[in-house]
Design a protein around this ligand. Structure first.
Ligand code: IMP
Ligand code: MG
Length: 178
């Protein structure tokens, strides 16, 4: 796997430090509340696991599986929701936890869906943001890192389902996906 990585963009140390800052900020902003963090699978699994342990207020978790990618490095723009929530979000504070906001198609779809479910408020926490690629005018409320327009893998993010287990975020060599 290592040989397929062109450059380490975000080291384990950098990720840990920033995620602890995000956890502290969320704990402060939601003080006195009990938000539901909803992980958007599969990419956000590792991020959610680390983020929730940096949150010091009561909270709950749930998961959704949504994807706009097949096994290529290009978004097809169509979002597929593969499983639905197991708990009700009516009247609750919801934080959608994403791995990356790229074109914004996934986020736009999810935000539209959540607006019909009667949540009290819905915010988005994304580990990564690739603003150059945006096709929809949606933004995350909490962002770990803004990154350049490169295809990245590791720490939950995949290419054709591989590389999610790398402990850092690295830029994938172009010859692997082109
Ligand atoms: P969007 O709908 O284009 O914003 O894409 C969101 C999803 O595409 C993310 O949740 C990722 O699963 C995937 N994605 C976008 N950019 C990358 C990348 O650089 N590496 C791996 N997955 C990515
Ligand atoms: Mg994803």
């Amino acid at each position: 796997m290592e040989a397929d990585i062109q450059e380490i963009l975000l080291s384990e140390e950098k990720l840990k430090k920033r995620i602890s800052e995000l956890g502290a900020k969320i704990s402060e902003d939601y003080s006195g509340k009990c938000p539901i963090l909803i992980g958007i699978l599969k990419g956000s699994g590792i991020f959610l696991a680390d983020l929730m342990r940096e949150i010091t207020i009561p909270m709950e978790i749930d998961f959704l599986k949504a994807s706009s990618y097949g096994s290529t490095a290009q978004s097809c723009g169509v979002v597929d929701l593969k499983s639905d929530l197991s708990m009700t979000v009516k009247g609750r504070s919801v934080i959608l936890v994403e791995d990356i906001v790229d074109t914004g198609n996934t986020l736009k779809f999810l935000l539209e869906r959540f607006s019909t479910l009667g949540a009290n408020d819905v915010k988005v926490c994304s580990l990564l943001d690739k603003p150059e690629r945006r096709e929809q005018s949606v933004e995350a409320d909490y962002v770990g890192f803004e990154i350049p327009n490169e295809f990245v893998v590791g720490y939950g993010l995949d290419f054709a389902q591989k590389y999610r287990n790398l402990p850092y975020i690295g830029i994938l060599k172009r010859e692997i996906y082109q």
